[in-house]
Write a protein that binds this ligand. Structure first.
Ligand SMILES: Nc1ncnc2c1ncn2[C@@H]1O[C@H](COP(=O)(O)OP(=O)(O)OP(=O)(O)O)[C@@H](O)[C@H]1O
Ligand SMILES: [Mg+2]
Length: 208
């Protein structure tokens, strides 16, 4: 059965405002009386939330391949149990991070060969791709100043890593520009929301 809903993902580095904007997009569609669900990765299922705890609360560094497999395991559960069923029910599914995070962090950041990242990702997603992805673009040094909680191990990794991740996102966008909305995450929250909503409406019209 073909997916009928719309699958929107939010991407970008740490603390750039993904969750803030994901919630605002959800409220916008709710007010428009659309069926909408907001999800996050890793997470979304009991298994996924446990994986999230392992990744976020571990005090020791995790091997890049372990990280790739953990994120992918959570994603497989998320897609099968929540994302695909909601798309089939015609929902707008908003996901705070998805496969582009894996390519940006695990390939461009951690340098796992793209062949391996793609193969594992394919295994987890069975080819499911977002219809629209939003990149909130901001330098790590600026984003980190916004965060109130203690930094986790991913956030403490070297500056070069975060620069590689952002460059990675931009390389992904160049290969597939039509799928993306890229916004300067330094702008005020309300302006970012307006830019995203206007562009989303325009892109959704083209999809439907
Ligand atoms: N455009 C903005 N201008 C100023 N502050 C912002 C903006 N967007 C978000 N913030 C603030 O920055 C902090 C991080 O935002 P948020 O949690 O939405 O980012 P995130 O990308 O989801 O972070 P994480 O990577 O930790 O999940 C919050 O305190 C939020 O209120
Ligand atoms: Mg967040």
């Amino acid at each position: 059965m073909a997916n009928k809903g719309i699958f929107i993902t939010l991407e970008g580095g740490e603390g750039v405002g993904k969750t803030t904007q994901a919630q605002r997009i959800e409220s916008y569609f709710t007010k428009m009386n659309k069926k909408v669900i907001l999800l996050r990765e890793p997470g979304g299922t009991k298994t996924g939330e446990k994986v999230r705890e392992i990744i976020r609360e571990t005090k020791e560094p995790i091997a890049p391949i372990t990280e790739l497999l953990l994120f992918s395991a959570a994603r497989k559960e998320h897609i099968e149990k929540i994302i695909t069923p909601h798309l089939h029910k015609n929902y707008i599914v908003i996901c705070d991070r998805f496969i582009d995070s894996t390519v940006a962090y695990q390939h461009y950041g951690r340098k796992i060969p793209i062949r391996i990242v793609k193969e594992i990702t394919q295994l987890a997603t069975d080819g499911l791709q977002p219809d629209i992805s939003i990149l909130l673009e901001m330098k790590f040094q600026d984003a980190i100043k916004r965060k109130k909680e203690e930094l986790d191990y991913l956030e403490k990794t070297a500056m070069q890593f975060h620069e590689d991740v952002l460059k990675g996102y931009n390389t992904i966008i160049k290969k597939e520009p039509k799928r993306w909305i890229k916004v300067d995450a330094n702008l005020p929250k309300d302006l970012i929301t307006t830019i995203i909503i206007n562009k989303l409406e325009e892109m959704i019209k083209k999809i439907q």
